[in-house]
Design a binder for this molecule. Structure first.
Ligand SMILES: O=C(O)[C@H]1O[C@H](OP(=O)(O)OP(=O)(O)OC[C@H]2O[C@@H](n3ccc(=O)[nH]c3=O)[C@H](O)[C@@H]2O)[C@H](O)[C@@H](O)[C@H]1O
Length: 474
C-alpha cells in the first residue's frame, strides 16, 4: 500500500467507527486500483518491448555486443588473449543475441544473386574493409562485418563508415576477432563461403609505441580466426587476408616481387605481417584451408586512415601546422608506391573470386592440398613523398609548412615498388589510378567530410573552431 494511503487510513481510525470503515474501504479501493494500474503498466510495457523486438530487430542488433557464454575451456583461452587485448574484450561482456541476432546475421550474410558469396569481413569499418564491403554488397554478395571499433584513430570516422554500410544493408558487429566463441557462433549462424580478414593493428611507426597491440591483433587474432575456420566452420571458408608491402623490409631488389626475400622486416608491424604469412602456411598445410595473403602498398583515398601521412598532411596544411618530411641518410626523398583504394578493392574481389575451396573439414580430414597464395597489390609507380605533398598543396590551394629531417630509425623504409604481374595473371589486376587523380578524389571527400570551405582554406581563414574540430576528430 502506498505511504499516503497508509497515512489516510491511520487518520480515519482516530475520528470514529463509520468514518473509519468508509476511509478503510476507500483506502482499499485506491490500493486495489493502483495495483491494477501498476500491473497494467507493466503488461503494456512488456507488450511494447515485444512489438519493438519483432518489428525492429535490426535496430537492436546493431548494438549487440558479443561474448562467450561458452564452457570453461573457452573462457580460459579467451582470458589468455585478454591480457594482450587490454580493454577491447572486457567491454564486450554481454550475451549473444538469440533468435533476432541470428536472423539479422543471416540476413546480412545472405547473397542476393545466384552463385553469390557469403563473406565475413573482419575490420569492416576500417578503410579497406568498408570499401570492400560496399563493393561486395553492390554486386549482390552477402556481407557480415565485424570490427572492434578501437580508438587507434578517430572512432567517429569508424561509426560514420558503419552508418554508410548500414544504409546499404551491411550489418557490422562490434566484436573482436580474438573472441573465438563469438566467431564459432557466427559460423553456426551463417555458412560463410569466404572470409575477407582485414582486421589488424596498422601503422608502421606506431609499433614502437604499442608493440603488444600488434601481437594481439596481427598474430593472436589471425590464429584465432584460422583456428575457428579450420576446426569449427562447416564448410571451411576460403580466406583472403591483409598482409603488407612492409614484409619486403630492407629488400633492395626492385620492383618488389613475391619471390623476393622477406626475412628482413624493418618494423615490428612488418614482422607480425611476415609471421602471419608463416602462420598461413601452417594452417594451409595441416588443415587444408584455402588462404590468400595480399601485400597492400600504401593504400589511400576517400574515407582513408587519418594516421597515414597523406591524410594528416592534408589536415596540417589546412590548419597551418608544420609537416615533417623524411629523407634518407643519403639525401633522397622517401618514395612510396601509393595505391588508390578502388584499385585495391578490385584486387581484393579478384582474390576472393579466384580463391579456390578449402579442402579440410572440422573432423580434421583433408581431401588434398588447398590453394596457398600471396600477391602484391601495388600501383607499380613509386612517387616521392615530396611530390605527394605538392599535389595536396595544389588541390587544397595552400602551401604546406615543411620541415625536412633525416628519416628516424622508426621502422620506416626508404621506398616501395610493386611488381603486380602475379595478380595481373591470376585475376586481372591492373591498377589504373594516378596519384593526382586519386588524391583529387581524396581531397573532395576530405573537404566534404569535415565541412571545409575551400575558399577559406586557400586564404588561411579557417576558423579556430573548425580547425580544432578537425583535429579533435583524430
Ligand atoms: O604499404 C604498407 O604495407 C604500409 O603502408 C602504410 O605505411 P607507409 O607506407 O609508411 O605509409 P605512411 O605512414 O602514410 O607514410 C607514407 C610516407 O610518408 C613518409 N612520412 C610519414 C610520416 C611523416 O611524418 N613524414 C613522412 O615523410 C614516410 O616515410 C612514407 O614514405 C600503412 O600506414 C601501413 O599500415 C602499411 O599498410
Amino acid at each position: 500500500m502506498p505511504y499516503s494511503n497508509v497515512d489516510a487510513a491511520a487518520k480515519g481510525v482516530k475520528v470514529g467507527g463509520a468514518l473509519m470503515v468508509r476511509r478503510v474501504a476507500s483506502g482499499k479501493l485506491v490500493s486495489a486500483s493502483s495495483h491494477l494500474l501498476f500491473r497494467a503498466t507493466i503488461l503494456a510495457t512488456l507488450g511494447l518491448v515485444c512489438l519493438f523486438t519483432v518489428h525492429y530487430p535490426s535496430l537492436l542488433s546493431h548494438s549487440f555486443r558479443l561474448s562467450s557464454g561458452g564452457g570453461s575451456k573457452r573462457t580460459a583461452s579467451r582470458a589468455s588473449h585478454r591480457s594482450l587485448l587490454g580493454s577491447s574484450l572486457s567491454a564486450a561482456a554481454v550475451s549473444y543475441g538469440g533468435a533476432a541476432w541470428d536472423r539479422e546475421v543471416r540476413r546480412s550474410a545472405s547473397p542476393r544473386r545466384d552463385g553469390g558469396m557469403s563473406v565475413l569481413v573482419t575490420g569492416a569499418v576500417g578503410f579497406v574493409g568498408m570499401h570492400c564491403s560496399l563493393a561486395l554488397r553492390a554486386r549482390g554478395d552477402g556481407v557480415l562485418g565485424l570490427d572492434n571499433f578501437n580508438s587507434y584513430y578517430e572512432p567517429s570516422l569508424k561509426r560514420a563508415r558503419q552508418r554508410l554500410l548500414a544504409s546499404r544493408g551491411v550489418l557490422v558487429l562490434d566484436a573482436d576477432i580474438n573472441d573465438a566463441a563469438l566467431l564459432e557462433r557466427l559460423f553456426d549462424a551463417a555458412p560463410f563461403t569466404h572470409v575477407l580478414h582485414l582486421a589488424a593493428q596498422a601503422g608502421v611507426r606506431y609499433a614502437m609505441r604499442a608493440p603488444q597491440t600488434y601481437v594481439a591483433s596481427n598474430v593472436a587474432g589471425l590464429v584465432s580466426l584460422f583456428e575457428v575456420a579450420a576446426k569449427h566452420a562447416d564448410p571451411q571458408p576460403a580466406i583472403v587476408w591483409a598482409s603488407s608491402s612492409s614484409v619486403y623490409g630492407l629488400n633492395k631488389d626492385a620492383p618488389f616481387s613475391e619471390e623476393h626475400r622477406t626475412d628482413q622486416p624493418a618494423s615490428l608491424y612488418a614482422a607480425t605481417k611476415k609471421a602471419g604469412e608463416a602462420i598461413a602456411h601452417s594452417y594451409n598445410h595441416i588443415y587444408g584451408l584455402s588462404i590468400t595473403g595480399l601485400r597492400f602498398f600504401t593504400v589511400y583515398g576517400p574515407w582513408g586512415r587519418p594516421d597515414m601521412a597523406y591524410f594528416f598532411f592534408a589536415r596540417s596544411i589546412v590548419s597551418g601546422e608544420p609537416i615533417t618530411l623524411f629523407r634518407t641518410a643519403d639525401g633522397a626523398d622517401a618514395r612510396r608506391d601509393f595505391t588508390y583504394i578502388d584499385d585495391v578493392v578490385k584486387g581484393c574481389l579478384g582474390a576472393l573470386d579466384t580463391a579456390g575451396k578449402s579442402t579440410g573439414s572440422k573432423s580434421g580430414k583433408k581431401r588434398g592440398p588447398a590453394p596457398l597464395r600471396v600477391y602484391n597489390l601495388g600501383n607499380t609507380s613509386p612517387v616521392p613523398v615530396t611530390r605527394m605533398v605538392a599535389i595536396l598543396e595544389k588541390l587544397l590551394g595552400k602551401k604546406a609548412n615543411k620541415r625536412v629531417v633525416t628519416m628516424p630509425s622508426n621502422g620506416d623504409v626508404p621506398f616501395t615498388h610493386a611488381n603486380v604481374s602475379h595478380a595481373a595473371r591470376d585475376f586481372g589486376y591492373h591498377p589504373s589510378t594516378s596519384l593526382d587523380a586519386g588524391l583529387r578524389h581524396f581531397v573532395d571527400w576530405f573537404v566534404h567530410y569535415y565541412k571545409l570551405d575551400p575558399a577559406k582554406i586557400a586564404k588561411g581563414k579557417l576558423t579556430k573552431k573548425k580547425s580544432m574540430a578537425m583535429s579533435a576528430a583524430s
